[in-house]
Design a binder for this molecule. Structure first.
Ligand code: HEM
Length: 135
């Protein structure tokens, strides 16, 4: 739990990544997300690789880094440039909403505090809308 009395002082505040429980939490989130991708042939068809494990790992590393955890994503993949990396995939409202639905379900398997849940969900909603590249 974040200590409400400390304030957003970068010298005293733990990262969001640490506050929510670190690696196991991000592992679970991405596992639960990709389980649903695996079970949806139409959505899965968008993924270039048959094996979703590498994609799951990239998402996990990216999210860990984004929320203040290890920076292995950057070390392995360089600058995220997520919008550019998503350009090859046709992401319209339907794909965006399916992605968000899977992520909401995955988040529901975590035991985040209401504050952490709201922060993460707000980010995913904004990011998913930003990733839309087709009408
Ligand atoms: C809006 C709907 C979205 C769809 C349909 C979608 C679909 C995809 C697909 C098909 C890939 C390729 C899989 C791979 O080989 O890595 C991918 C990669 C990735 N996506 Fe998404 N994505 C969406 C939104 C997002 C959002 C909101 C985020 C982050 C918050 C995200 C993060 C990533 C990352 C980190 C990668 C791997 C990039 C790399 O290093 O190559 N995606 N996504």
């Amino acid at each position: 739990m974040a200590d409400i009395s400390i304030g957003p002082n970068p010298h005293t505040q733990k990262s969001f990544y640490e506050q929510v429980g670190g690696a196991p939490v991000f592992e679970k989130l991405c596992r639960e997300f990709y389980k649903q991708v695996e079970a949806d042939p139409e959505f899965k068809a968008m993924y270039p690789e048959e094996d979703l494990a590498p994609a799951e790992r990239r998402l996990r590393m990216f999210l860990e880094q984004y929320w203040g955890g290890p920076t292995s994503y950057q070390a392995e993949r360089g600058h995220p440039r997520l919008r550019m990396r998503h350009n090859p995939f046709a992401i319209g409202p339907k794909e965006r909403d399916t992605w968000l639905k899977f992520m909401r379900n995955a988040m529901n398997t975590l035991e985040l505090s209401p504050m952490h849940d709201a922060m993460m969900w707000d980010y995913f909603e904004r990011a998913a809308h930003a990733m839309q590249n087709r009408a």
